[in-house]
Every structure is written in structure tokens, then in C-alpha cells.
Design a protein. Sequence first.
Length: 416
Amino acid sequence: MKNPIFDLENWKEIGATLARNKTRTFLTAFGIFWGTAMLSMLWGGASGLKGLLMRNFDGFATNMAAIFPNRTSISYRGFNKGMRWSITQTDIDNIRARVPHIEASSGIAAQSVTAAYATKSTSSSVSGVEADYFKIQVPLLYSGRLINENDIFASRKVVVIGKNLADELFGSEDPLGKFVSLNGIYFQVVGVAGQTAEANIGGNKIDDSFLMPLSTMRRAFNMGNEVGFMIFMVSQSHSPDELKPAIFRTIRSNHPIHPEDDNAIGMFNVAEMFEMVDNLFLGISLLAIFVGAGTLIAGIIGVGNIMWIIVKERTQEIGIRRAIGAKPRDIIVQILSEGMVLTAIAGTAGICFATLVLAAVDHITTDPVTGSAHFQLSFSHAMTIMIVFLVLGTAAGLIPAIKAMRIKPIEAMNDK
């Protein structure tokens, strides 16, 4: 017996059957096409939207947090509530020594400055950081190097200049090794950097500011022991919230802050934000699957309906086939083949259409620095959608096929 897959006559018959009622076949195929296209676009679109949002935090450690001072809300040790206080280098050193599971940490201090080189000057800002800063927020290094431990230890007068500032002050001239004036104090440029993320720590985007050793900044600008705030990164097996009580206790031991005054110390948990984003897009993905599945089911119901109609219209033909020796298996294969062919062609067209739409959106949203947001349908997702459609399409045609198999030749030939 010929294999139906390689039987040309079988394929001709399938084509003739589907072409017998072009309008009905087209509408059913369009339902399948639109179902696969919708599911594919929603699935790929959800991934791309997440990529666009996460682009704002590109380069940030996902398990980081920031600690910053607020005014006190409870009177303590003779100090009225509303007292201002500052995080100090001593606080940071104590946290490093006493709180476990912190993999990297850096104090940060920021100040507005007037930057000048040769005849050019501009208003900008400078951030004093420690070497671990670059483990927590990874910058885009265009040339030179970043601040290192030796710079911190020796309080070197060196800076990393932002890419936009370098273009403004130096133009086409290479800034590496040159000296730039910040509020009248000269610092040597050792690197040119930028950032891929839209978000930034401390309000100063790297592209538009200077970075220098925190120890140098405290001395050069007479800041004493104070820093603006602290950022830290925890090990993957822990979360910043787990370390929060120990960090707060350590800070309170150095300042007149009431033990129950949690408002006096602020913590911005970036890890929590990343978790919220993941949960948000998990919900969006599930919604995409739900909406796409609804359209998919509508298309599959259409396949089942057209198979019922085909079986009804071909009752006499099926009866004659049974009378001349066709086996029940042959009848089932024939009916199922028609449903599978319709599903495969329309489903493949839907996936191809969705892929083209996603590719166009991805091209529009691609950033020259951060790259693609990945509005794409992965091969595994495409295959999953196609397999689900084929299985459901086959299942939809199974009941009509079984009905066709049970047709008795004599009853079929008497059918009107």
C-alpha cells in the first residue's frame, strides 16, 4: 500500500476537496492564520517589551540596593525629630566588616562643578566612587581605564570623563592624559566612559559627568568623612532585604538615630524592582498565551466544522469507497490529512507573518549602543505553536474522521 505522504493522487484529492468550497476553506484557514499570528506576535512582543524596559537598567547588577539618609522621625538622645544626618566612610567600612554576604559596595558623593579645558568650559557634575562601583554598575568604556583600588588608596587626582563631556570639551582631540580643571583643581583624564542604561545612580548619567576616586573627592572638595549614599551588591543566594536589619543596626550605632526609626534610613532595592518586572512580564506572557489560545481555539473549531461538512457532503463517495474495499484506516487518514494540511499551511503562514512583523518592530526599536530589544519569536516557541496547532487540528478532525469510518456502504449510497 502506498504511503499517503508520497501518494500524488492523495495530495491531488486533498487539494480538490479543499478547493471545492473556496470561501469556506479560506475563512477557516484565515482563522488558523490569525490565531497563530496573534499568539506568535503576542509571545514575541512580550519578550521585546521586557527587553525595552530592561534596557533602562542595562549594566546594573540585579541584586543591588542603595542606602541613603533621610531626616529622623523620632527624637533621640536630645536631638529633635527632623534632624539631618549623613552617611560616612566609617559607616561603609563598618558595614563591610560586620555584614556578611555583601560582594561589592561603594560610597558615592556627588557635587556640581565647572569643568574647563583650554578655552572651553561647561557646567557639569562629578561623582566620587570606589573601585567596587564598577562591579555594581558596569559602564561602557570607550578608551583608557576606570578608577581602581590604587587610585583610591593613593587619593590620586584622576578622573574618568563621560563621553558627551569629552566631545564637548575636547572635540576631536584625545582626552587621555590631558588635565581638566574642576572648580579650579586640575585632574588627569585616565578614561572615557558612558552607560547603556537610561537609569543612573545618584542622578548623574556617566556620559554627562566625571567619576573620580571617592577618597580624592573628599579631600579636594573638603567633604571630610561624609559621603552622599552607599550602594551594595549581595551574593546570588541572598537578597538585600535579608541584610537590611544588620545594615541599619550598623548605621544606627554611629548616629543618634532611634532604634525604631526606620524612616531615618532609606533603602532602594533594585533587586525587588527586577523581580517586579519579571512578575509583570510573566503576567503579560500568560495574557498573551490566553488571548492567542482563544483565537487558536476559534480556528480549530473552524477546522472541526469544515471536516464535519466535508464528511457530510462526501457520504456517498465514502460509502462507495468502503464498498469497493477501502479500509477504515484509509478513510481516517484521508479525512485527517485534509485537516492537517489546512492547519499546517495556514499555521505556517501565520508564524511567517508574525516573524516579519516582529522583525520590523525590532528594527525600529534597535538602539545603536544597546542593540536589539529582541522582538523575536524563538525557534522553540515557533515549533511549540506549530505542534500545538497540528495536534489540535488533528484532534478537531478526528471525530468527523471516525464518523466517516463508521459509514455503512449501503446506507451511504442511499443517502440523499
